[in-house]
Design a protein around this ligand. Structure first.
Ligand SMILES: Cc1cc2nc3c(=O)[nH]c(=O)nc-3n(C[C@H](O)[C@H](O)[C@H](O)COP(=O)(O)O)c2cc1C
Length: 375
């Protein structure tokens, strides 16, 4: 069946049939009314291409880089928790998929495979570690040290989660990790960071919301980011910035990169879809650090729009989970291949042959309100 999937939507439909309700709802949900969840995808439609023709597009080069790490095309795997609810090997499958296509993979703090397991099983994958800052700073520091020792090339610090956004369906389901799985990064901790409720219905509400409330630091501030910089030489990317003002603060704190993200619309509902937030961040940053985007990428045209508007690379979350649910590593790899190939076709039809060109031709991507206002 997975062999018949020719686009991300096909994978999404098939995955919905394969996953159980606890996992499917956790993967697909957004916060509260899910306004931003829908808009993350639909907002791409209001950005229009103004293609060039009669350009030689025989050979196209999709190569890009993230903080100096070369990637074959600018589509990487975003950190998503608990991949083993989707496939037997979970995050190892995801990392293998990224590695097989020479692109990058981000491991979540809340993965069901550990920092070390990724390194052992997929030693060559370009990898970054997504860090949640725990109230207990020794837990946080321990994660950082393990990422350093295991070849992760940057910390992607998630800054939009001082507490968990309200996700109605997870509350209804009393979302919990199946009893055969654990948050692997905390398996050997003597502390309660592995205290995630296991077995469906063991929690009073969403088990994850309770976990975050008890262990994740709601007082997270720039001071903590500055503290992280004192304890590690790994470059820091902040994940979850959506405004020019916050981007300027990040630049002031000498951050290596900004991931424009609304956490897949799972935190504060009503924020801008990321593609609409991207231009103000790119403008404010003005080349002083790298900028990336995630949220709502579902085809290669979406990728081209984000890159043309200034993102160095994009990250995809749910599409990878759909791929895993349909066919493990092969499914995740197929999803990446589909996005890569669609992106290549889009570049050619836009009349550009490199990422530099895609980003430098004037108004190749323009918001439709600007086109209409010219009439
Ligand atoms: C099921 C799921 C779990 C996620 N877990 C994490 C996480 O552990 N850490 C994090 O920073 N972001 C997490 N995210 C957010 C993603 O990194 C990313 O921002 C988002 O999925 C991008 O949107 P997309 O799913 O539309 O591609 C998660 C998203 C989903 C859908």
């Amino acid at each position: 069946m997975a062999d018949k999937c020719i686009c991300v939507k096909d994978f999404e439909i098939l995955a919905a049939k394969r996953l159980d309700k606890n996992a499917l709802d956790y993967y697909k949900s957004g916060a509260t009314d899910e306004q931003t969840l829908k808009e993350n995808c639909t907002a791409f439609k209001s950005w229009r291409f103004q293609p060039q023709v009669l350009r030689d597009v025989l050979n196209v080069n999709m190569e890009s880089s993230v903080l100096g790490s070369k990637i074959a095309f600018p589509i990487c795997i975003a950190p998503t928790a608990m991949n083993k609810m989707a496939s037997h090997d979970g995050e190892i499958d995801s990392a293998k998929a990224a590695n097989s296509l020479s692109t990058g993979f981000v491991l979540s703090s809340w993965a069901t495979s550990s920092i070390e397991e990724i390194t052992t099983n997929v030693p060559d994958v370009i990898r970054w570690f997504q860090l949640y800052v725990y109230k207990d700073k020794t837990v946080t520091e321990n994660l950082v040290r393990r990422a350093e020792r295991n070849g992760y090339r940057a910390l992607i610090v998630t800054v939009d989660t001082p507490l968990l956004g309200k996700r109605y369906q997870d509350t209804r389901n009393k979302f919990a990790l199946p009893s055969n799985l654990t948050l692997k990064n905390f398996e050997n901790e003597t502390t309660k960071e592995d205290g995630f409720p296991k077995g469906v219905k063991s929690a009073r509400e969403s088990g994850l919301a309770e976990y975050v409330a008890s262990l994740i630091d709601p007082s997270l501030s720039w001071e903590d980011i500055d503290w992280l910089k004192t304890i590690t030489d790994l470059p820091i990317i902040v994940k979850g910035i959506l405004t020019a003002e916050m981007a300027l603060e990040a630049v002031d704190h000498n951050i290596a990169g900004i991931l424009v993200s609304n956490h897949g619309a799972r935190q504060l509902d009503g924020v801008l879809p990321t593609i609409n937030a991207l231009p103000q961040v790119v403008k404010a940053v003005d080349g002083r650090c790298e900028v990336y985007l995630d949220g709502g990428i579902r085809n290669g045209g979406d990728v081209a729009k984000a890159i043309a508007l200034g993102a160095k690379a994009v990250f995809v979350g749910r599409p990878i989970l759909w791929g895993l649910a349909c066919d493990g590593k092969r499914g995740a790899q197929r999803v990446l291949e589909i996005l890569r190939d669609e992106f290549g076709v889009t570049m050619k039809l836009l009349g550009v042959t490199s990422i530099v060109e895609l980003q430098s031709v004037h108004d190749l991507v323009i918001h439709e309100s600007r086109i209409l206002s010219r009439l």
